[in-house]
Design a protein around this ligand. Sequence first.
Ligand code: C5P
Length: 246
Amino acid sequence: MKKSGRDYIVFPLDFPSMAEAQSYVRLLDPHVGMFKIGLELFIHQGPEAVRMIRDMSAARIFLDLKLHDIGTTVFRAMDRVADLGVDLATVHCSSSVKMLEMAVQGARKKVGVLGVTLLTDNDGKTLSKGGFQQQFSADPGKLVMLRAQVAHDAGCAGVVCSGGEAAGIKTRFGKYFLTVTPGIRPAWTLTKQDDQKRVTTPARAIAQGSDLLVIGRPIRDAQDPAAAARKVVEEIETALDRSLSV
Ligand code: C5P
């Protein structure tokens, strides 16, 4: 089935209370294809948050806990995640290939494992301060590609990367290796400064071949979140039409 504009949008339910999360599920259900549960909601509400989305919506669910621990612990955690009924879950790529393999084993093909390559609030300066070699601080995309390779070799379903990096990853690992891109800022919000550094517009992320766009604050903090989501859907659909016509 052909993907529509809304199928590309992942809305992060970055709220502490179930009531707030529920109100955004109700409001955005017609406009987004996937809801993301992150640390804030999961720490407050646990698996009940997954059940709430299942009860209220047919959207897919992404559990973004960004696991990073010894392989055995990640295996055991992912084994629990596999029974929650979510579609995607994240682990960091910055540990070993073994850890990622154990995450994939724990997932038992019931959930797609995504490797987080490099957080989008990190840039070359962050890498330089963190002691990374100059080749990576000068070009963070090189580190992203290295980590995508590790995720691919471990059998992950795909990676989380910035929109600017998706095209290179698609070229190297093929169209079935998912690229999920946060740090999305529609052109009409680009004047506002925030903590995301490697940002991309929805149109550019689509042109780069991103499969899923995580869009939080530009929708959540808009005066009319449903209208903002519709505007993003339009931008995505225009970009999809353009990519089909070239
Ligand atoms: O659009 P906005 O910046 O509000 O989106 C923030 C969401 O994206 C958070 O839920 C955060 O966990 C997620 N995210 C991110 N950078 C990554 C991976 C996920 O900002 N590399």
